[in-house]
Ligand binder design. Structure first.
Ligand code: MN
Length: 181
């Protein structure tokens, strides 16, 4: 995904940051064989109902795995604009793809500290831009993610330094849009 996202950032981000969440999640689940049967999404939705001593680390680490996988899977060196039903919904909701990008970029820049900006759909397929803090996910809000950008500093600091706007601008060139909503 050069020159937009550099190789070193992706190596560290994928092989160390994501791996740490995987390792910590597995360590947390080690003594909970029943929880090991749950999918990643089920763990995220179950975590708030568990005692905090186990629920909090599961929420943070399962969220970290889910969010990073979603972010990485949503990037491609062969980026194409959205098509089909999703493209129509974006135009209907935000006026145009450029209108959407402007609003989404503002949301990504508005995240204070660490978090993500998301395009999501609710159960009625209504599109909505949201931001989440740390490793919170849209799943616990009943929203289905469509695309996301990780705006933790580790996602861009090596290449874009402290200029998040430059990173977000480059990221648009590597977005892999899903084919449906
Ligand atoms: Mn990250």
């Amino acid at each position: 995904m050069e020159p937009y996202i550099d190789q070193k950032t992706m190596e560290l981000h994928h092989n160390r940051h994501l791996q740490t969440y995987i390792d910590n999640l597995n360590a947390t689940l080690k003594n909970y064989p029943k929880l090991q049967q749950l999918s990643l999404e089920q763990l995220i939705l179950t975590a708030p109902k568990l005692p905090a001593a186990v629920g909090v680390p599961i929420a943070r680490n399962a969220g970290g795995v889910y969010n990073h996988r979603f972010f990485f899977n949503g990037m491609t060196p062969d980026a194409q604009p959205p098509t089909g039903e999703l493209a129509l919904a974006i135009n209907r909701t935000f006026g145009s793809l450029d209108g959407f990008k402007t609003q989404f970029t503002q949301a990504a820049l508005s995240v204070f500290g660490s978090g993500y900006a998301w395009l999501t759909a609710n159960r009625l397929k209504k599109l909505q831009i949201i931001t989440t803090a740390n490793q919170d996910t849209p799943l616990t809000m009943g929203l289905r993610p469509i695309i996301t950008i990780d705006v933790w500093e580790h996602a861009y600091y090596l290449k874009h330094y402290n200029v998040r706007a430059a990173y977000v601008g480059d990221w648009w060139s590597v977005v892999r849009w899903p084919e449906a909503i």
